[in-house]
Design a binder for this molecule. Structure first.
Ligand code: R5P
Length: 310
């Protein structure tokens, strides 16, 4: 087994390698002056099972193209099998035609990864589980719920907790966490009048006097979370904590969180945000490197990955 890192999140790749006691494959990945990407693998990988770690986060298109070129280079270098490890799977929110004459980008990305030569995909908290079916190959979708549950059990003892889904689409994920930490469940009825805008219509459940734990897969502009936190506080919540797997944090999202009613935002490192959150002490990072390393080990040894979540 060999681990190769793309350039989107080298820190996470290094941390995964550390856990697996492996060295990263020696590569040369660079940009030409016009922005095209050059990939060279500087060691023999013939007959190896290679795991390529690359989040397709911002700049999504460059990072995706880099992933495709790395997979292609590995295929042409006779790797035995290639696993695309995509901690943050970009384009996942475009998984169906919401209005006529739009593309289903998640499917296009799945086709690209397949055609480049990957034989398996490993990802984390896929925005919509059905994207697994866009691939005709095994897709291991890892969940962060156990990681968040462990943190909450350790740090939120004796608090009157309620888990809150920021929209109807997130109920299953939130219920999973609520079950694990034995808390109640509330749901926010969110509407999007326009793409990029969110509005809280109703809160289903009683949050008065409770410490709210919002859980979501993505924070992008921050609108959903900022609005949810103010609505919860208006309805009598004591404090609002937020747990997010993929911190896209576009534009001024980090600043918005700083000024919001959110007490603390806990994110993972599927996306490298070290620069963006440097001066924001409301944001804390929980690493998923151990979870990913363990999953990679199990895939390599052909043992159960789902057991990790039981
Ligand atoms: C939507 O279905 C996702 O789970 C997130 O709630 C959404 O992407 C967050 O976006 P924003 O931070 O821009 O409101």
């Amino acid at each position: 087994m060999k681990i190769l890192s793309g350039t989107s999140n080298p820190k996470l790749s290094k941390d995964i390698c550390k856990q697996l006691k492996l060295k990263l494959v020696n590569t040369n990945i660079k940009r030409f002056a016009d922005g095209e990407i050059y990939v060279e693998i500087n060691e023999n990988i013939r007959g190896n099972s290679v795991f390529v770690i690359q989040s397709t986060s911002n700049p999504a298109n460059d990072n995706l193209m880099e992933l495709l070129l790395v997979i292609d280079a590995l295929r042409r270098s006779s790797a035995k099998n290639i696993t695309a490890v995509i901690p943050y799977f970009g384009y996942a929110r475009q998984d169906r035609k919401v209005v006529p004459r739009t593309s289903i980008s998640a499917k296009v990305v799945a086709n690209l990864i397949t055609n480049a030569g990957a034989g398996r995909v490993v990802t984390v908290d896929l925005h919509a589980g059905q994207i697994q079916g866009f691939f005709d190959m095994p897709v291991d979708n890892l969940f962060t719920t156990p990681l968040f549950a462990k943190y909450i059990k350790k740090n939120f003892k004796n608090k009157n907790l309620i888990c809150v889904s920021p929209d109807v689409g997130g109920v299953q994920r939130t219920r999973g966490l609520a079950t694990k930490i034995k808390a109640d469940l509330a749901i926010i009825d969110k509407r999007r009048p326009k793409p990029g805008q969110s509005q809280v219509m109703n809160i289903i459940g009683n949050v008065k006097g409770k410490t709210c734990i919002i859980v979501d897969d993505i924070i992008d502009s921050g609108g959903t979370i900022v609005n949810a936190a103010s609505a919860l506080k208006k309805n009598g919540a004591t404090d609002v904590y937020v747990f997010i797997t993929h911190a896209v944090l576009s534009k001024d999202a980090s600043e918005k969180i700083k000024k919001s009613k959110v007490k603390k935002l806990i994110i993972t490192d599927t996306i490298d945000n070290s620069k963006k959150i440097k001066n924001n002490n409301k944001i804390q990072v929980l690493s998923i490197s151990s979870l990913m390393a363990e999953a990679i080990k199990r895939i390599s040894n052909s043992t159960s990955v789902s057991d990790l979540f039981n």
